[in-house]
Design a protein around this ligand. Structure first.
Ligand code: T1G
Length: 705
């Protein structure tokens, strides 16, 4: 306990320092340490006030999230933090909380139990628990409305977004902004208020009065739209509402009931799985310990189309100067106007200032030549998805790039080894598969070629983090991780329309499952011609006699490529708003006749099973093939690249919650109906199911091997 929390005295001010790296979480021993030293300080007659501060990068960043699984499993008792927080609030000496970094969750709750809060100008405070499928469980929904008012407390607890230090000051969460040394500022503030009467947050009820009646109903309606399918945000609203109706202690009891409902929910387990998964995927086993990522100070992008332009923006947004090269002036002009348009949209939403826009644009150098490419630390190719075109580009940059320059392809599915061979330096070639729109989507698939050097891998992974992405390492196979999985997922969606489901029913069933958009809507957005080109590129590898969807080819033969052509699976107006295409049913019947399929009524449950289990089965194969390092890498890929909701935890985690034996049984049923070429169970899935194990077990075993 003594190691995690220290007590020192500066004349008449006691200073309690929490030292639990890396984020000063309220791990076991930390609350106990703070309470014990607070009691000790208060008992010292020389002490007139107490300052609580975090060592290292931050104040308390919350409860220790690793503890929740132990509580749910019964390994750890559920300990209420209220006695600890009330001990702070009931301390006879004034307690000043000194906040820097991120006072999140239990960190803000601890700070609010203090009598005063001083804050560094670049600090943030928040109650992000809903991002973990939880709600504030230590009085946050009861103290925050008392300090910041009901409306702001609702927004912070149900939305989970942090606020800045100046806003915290304006709202009354913080009492003073401290420039310079936070500790010195906190100590002098503590001396200022030492003789003043102690104010307990729980007794400050003035901001709870007159909650407009429709406020909570409106908040629920807004939350149902913004956090579709999630339960914790609605529970957070209930808890804040309780603060306006119940005395403090009863409000805390209501909050605890709601917290427990969330804690034991599958959504919370899934979101915590995703939280740690985002961080696990950054770890590449087997990279030599002495390998350090190279610095990327200058970048160059080839291609100013949708992807090339978005990638250039991503570098500029991260402060890295970037050349963007096209072959023709009109294409370059179009690319730059798209980039300017994207920044204008972001600025119009108030997310960045016009000065930011100018600064970022100044980092982008559009040109038609390779001038300056020999100074770049990384060159990213984003040209047409065709192997021979890419090989030609890589042959050129293999001659131009300086030694040590990383040669990256944004290919979404082509063979990175074939591309690498064209450069004469395959060890410097890596795939960096961005997701459209590249300046928005957080996933980055880093594709390792057979000869890619460890330092290139380490640099690409570190660059992903610098660009604000979540980088997942993938092996080299058609489609890598994500697109290899989206193949069977889309295949089943297309089969289902040929077999009798409507486009709208298929899209709605997966949307209701939680997907950001239905599979056929996604196909229309990406463009049916992309899949058509890939099918033609890989046709020679298709196994003869295996059923393939006929309907997408019929649509492509009719030039119905989706949003870009105003019609595909659905019709699209000028604003790309979709509506059912009355001609689609006849085309589906035509396709069914051509492939000899008997159309029938199909239930939503079958649609979800076939599409999601197609993902799971292919994911298991990807694991077996070593294309993904862990099951959680597949989960993170699908959450951040393909819109599977984090509250499902990802395809593999979802299969674990269903039970792999149940998934296997269903896949075997589908195999009987549709044949082994489409539905033979992946051997790893069979093995885990037969051993009553999960994909999470598989990852744990691998991590410990
Ligand atoms: N518990 C345990 N480990 C944590 C942690 C936490 N709260 N926060 C971060 N880590 C680990 C993380 O896994 C990583 O580990 C390392 O710290 C660095 O994290 C009672 C119920 C604070 C903004 O949700 O948002 O309080 O990979 O890479 O980019 O009502 O971490 O090195 O092994 O993210 O500088 C509420 C979650 C909890 C905050 C720092 N609090 N954390 O970002 O570092 S619930 C949160 C973050 C709660 C109360 C409720 C970020 C950060 P490793 P990092 P970073």
């Amino acid at each position: 306990m003594a190691d995690l929390v220290h007590l020192a005295r500066q004349d008449d001010i006691a200073v309690i320092t929490i030292d639990n790296p890396p984020v000063n979480a309220l791990s076991p021993g930390v609350p106990e340490g703070i309470e014990a030293l607070l009691h000790q300080a208060a008992g010292d007659s020389h002490v007139h006030a107490i300052v609580v501060i975090g060592a290292g990068q931050t104040f308390i960043a919350g409860a220790d999230i690793r503890e929740f699984a132990k509580i749910v499993s019964g390994e750890r008792p559920r300990i209420s933090l209220h006695p600890f927080l009330n001990a702070i609030e009931d301390c006879p000496r004034p307690v000043v909380m000194a906040i820097h970094g991120t006072a999140f969750g239990g960190g803000l709750e601890t700070a609010m139990a203090g009598h005063y809060r001083v804050i560094a100008p670049d600090a943030q405070v928040g109650q992000p628990e809903v991002k973990l499928g939880l709600i504030p469980g230590a009085g946050g929904t009861q103290r925050l409305p008392r300090l910041a008012g009901i409306a702001k407390a609702l927004e912070m607890c149900a939305g989970g977004q942090p606020i800045s230090a100046p806003e915290a000051l304006d709202l009354g969460i913080a009492d003073r902004l401290i420039e310079g040394s936070l500790l010195e500022g906190a100590i002098s503030f503590a001396r200022e208020i030492a003789a003043m009467p102690v104010r307990k947050t729980r007794d400050r009820n003035e901001k709870l009065a007159n909650a407009p009646a429709p406020l909570f109903g409106f908040a629920r309606e807004k939350t149902r739209k913004l956090a579709r399918g999630m339960t914790a945000p609605l529970a957070a609203i209930d808890a804040v509402e309780a603060a306006t109706r119940l005395p403090f202690d009863e409000g805390c009891r209501r909050e605890a009931e709601l917290f427990d409902q969330c804690l034991y929910s599958s959504q919370s387990r899934a979101l915590i799985h995703a939280f740690f998964g985002e961080r696990t995927v950054a770890k590449v086993p087997g990279l030599p310990k002495d390998v350090q990522p190279a610095e990327i100070a200058r970048a160059a992008v080839i291609g100013a189309g949708t992807m090339g332009g978005g990638i250039a923006m991503t570098f500029a947004n991260a402060g890295i100067p970037v050349i963007v090269k096209e072959t023709a002036a009109d294409a370059l002009g179009r690319g730059m106007s798209t980039i300017r348009g994207n920044y204008a949209k972001t600025a119009a939403k108030g997310r960045i200032s016009s000065a930011d826009v100018e600064q970022r644009l100044s980092r982008i150098t559009p040109q038609l030549t390779y001038d300056g490419f020999d100074q770049a630390d990384i060159i990213v190719e984003a040209v047409f998805e065709n192997t021979s075109v890419k090989k030609q580009v890589f042959a050129e940059i293999g001659r131009i790039a300086k030694p040590g320059c990383i040669l990256a392809s944004n290919t979404s599915s082509l063979n990175i080894d074939e591309i690498a061979a064209a450069t004469g330096r395959p060890e410097m070639v890596v795939g960096t598969h961005f997701f459209s729109p590249a300046h928005v989507m957080r996933l980055l698939e880093v594709v390792r070629g057979r000869e890619t050097a460890p330092r290139v891998i380490a640099t690409a992974m570190a660059l992903g983090k610098k660009l604000g992405k979540i980088a997942v390492l993938a092996g080299n196979c058609p489609g890598f991780i994500g697109n290899r999985m989206v193949g069977p997922y889309l295949r089943e969606a297309q089969f289902l329309v040929e077999e009798g489901a409507s486009v709208e029913q298929v899209n709605q069933a997966l949307y209701d499952f939680g997907m950001a958009m239905g599979p056929l809507a996604m196909d229309d957005m990406a463009g049916l011609d992309i899949g058509w080109a890939i099918r033609k590129e890989f046709a020679r590898f298709e196994k003869p006699g295996v059923r393939r969807p006929r309907l997408p080819d019929i649509l492509c033969e009719l030039r119905r490529f989706g949003q870009k052509s105003g019609r595909g699976w659905s019709l699209y107006d000028a604003d790309r708003k979709s509506s059912p295409d009355p001609e689609l049913a006849a085309l589906a019947e035509k396709a069914a006749r051509e492939v000899g399929v008997q159309r029938r009524t199909i239930l939503d449950e079958e649609i979800v099973d076939r599409c999601i289990y197609a993902l799971v089965n292919e994911g298991a194969r990807i694991l077996e093939d070593g294309i993904a390092l862990r099951a959680v890498d597949i989960d993170i890929t699908y959450i951040y690249g393909y819109g599977l909701p984090a509250w499902r935890g990802g395809p593999m985690f979802y299969a674990d919650t269903v039970g792999l034996a149940n998934v296997l049984t269903r896949i075997r049923e589908l195999e009987k109906i549709h044949g082994p070429d489409l539905w033979s169970p992946a051997p790893l899935l069979e093995r885990l199911a037969n051993e009553s194990r999960t994909f999470t077990d598989f990852d744990k075993l691998k991590a410990n091997s």
